[in-house]
Write a protein that binds this ligand. Sequence first.
Ligand SMILES: C[S@@+](CC[C@H](N)C(=O)[O-])C[C@H]1O[C@@H](n2cnc3c(N)ncnc32)[C@H](O)[C@@H]1O
Length: 261
Amino acid sequence: MVDELMEVVSVADYGALAEVYEWLISDARLTPAEFVATFDDVIEPLPTAAAVLDCACGTGQLAVGLAGLGMQVVATDASEAMVRRTGELAREFGASLRTVRAAWDELPGHFDDASFDMVFCVGNSLHHAEGASGRLAALKSMSRLLRRGGQLVLTSRTWELVRAGGSRLDIRDRLVHRNGRDAVVIYRWEIAPRWEQEHHIEIAVAEVGKDRSVLVHSERLSSWPYRYDELASELQSVGLGVERSTFNPEVEGYLVVATRE
Ligand SMILES: C[S@@+](CC[C@H](N)C(=O)[O-])C[C@H]1O[C@@H](n2cnc3c(N)ncnc32)[C@H](O)[C@@H]1O
């Protein structure tokens, strides 16, 4: 165990994790081109200059990848730090996109109804919406911004599986190497007794220095998990018909594509 130096950086709302977020992205999706390629089949029918919104843009790999394909991209996120990182990535890749700091319920205050062909809410983001009412408000905002026939693309953990695993510590079994630095990635799941209660996930990225020092960036995030069936009926209730779903209760994550009716 490395114990020479332990410094803990902890801020809420992805403020701490934004700085080390690439350690949480899988090797296969690190670059904008790789990230957007995972959605090739979903974006295939879009015109080149389609108007797209990534409403939980994180560090911007998807938004920058979409802009690289010639789309008119807006990237939003509730976290100031994430929006800043998306802007930095866009500059690094010479991509043209607009960034706005906005939580999901604030989106209609920034954009006209029906102004996007596609809205992305990917990478296990929606569980941060506060309970069923917060989730419904978020989905309502996303639906309003889509033109008729436009599509919401959502990816999610299979929360049925996460809850079945109970509260636990999940320490990844390999060091993750990013930007010339190694880190251990740790998830601590706090599973509440009932679905509708607030859950927590503490995520730690523990950077191991060449001098055996350890610098821990950690954050305890609030989470309100949902069953797939609930999500499907919530989508329907805000005018989004599920067109495609890869949900399988035995598999860790799924994709849903829902069309604005
Ligand atoms: C797990 S990260 C996913 C980021 C990115 N989509 C990806 O796949 O790498 C979740 C993101 O959701 C954002 N988020 C959380 N609550 C939000 C809200 N109410 N409105 C908008 N974004 C939110 C966080 O700031 C964070 O960037």
